[in-house]
Design a protein around this ligand. Structure first.
Ligand SMILES: [Cu+2]
Length: 156
């Protein structure tokens, strides 16, 4: 009698714990900042930099800031902005980070904001994937998988 009773009690406790965890995750996940559609371009051998493009979605009630990133595929990763200045496209590092509005999103795309992978450790090949960790002021580290698209790929 007892041996049959005990495991079922344990199972019930385990199920309750699992459900509890699941509900907590759903509640917290609703407002959680996320990264979508991360991609990069194939690079020729010896390319000094590669761009990283993605969309940051922040459904929560608080603004956040993308402070930086790191990746095993590059020496370092910077947050850059590209814009027209005096008839020329110029690129600069956003040293204070890139703000992400509450309940909004920011698109990093060719010709605008982007991540700059500096000194890639090997050429990026079309069809491959690689990992990078984005660092946000409030959301902390967000691990992201980048899909490498064809050389010369534009915005989708
Ligand atoms: Cu750049």
């Amino acid at each position: 009698m007892l041996p049959a009773f005990k495991p079922s009690l344990l199972r019930t406790a385990a199920a309750a714990a699992l459900l509890g965890c699941a509900f907590t995750a759903v509640a917290a996940g609703k407002d959680r900042l996320r990264v979508e559609d991360a991609w990069s371009r194939a690079t020729p051998p010896g390319a000094p930099v590669a761009g990283g493009f993605l969309t940051i979605v922040n459904p929560g009630p608080r603004a956040d800031v993308l402070l930086g990133a790191s990746s095993p595929i590059a020496e370092k990763v910077e947050v850059h902005e590209m814009k027209q200045e005096g008839g020329m496209m110029r690129m600069r590092e956003l040293r204070d980070g890139l703000p992400v509005p509450a309940g909004g999103k920011v698109v990093l795309a060719p010709g605008g904001y982007h991540l700059m992978f500096i000194q890639p450790r090997q050429p990026l090949k079309e069809g491959e994937r690689f990992e990078a960790t984005l660092r946000f002021r409030d959301a902390g580290a967000v691990k992201t998988t980048f899909q490498v698209r064809a050389l010369g790929a534009g915005a989708h």
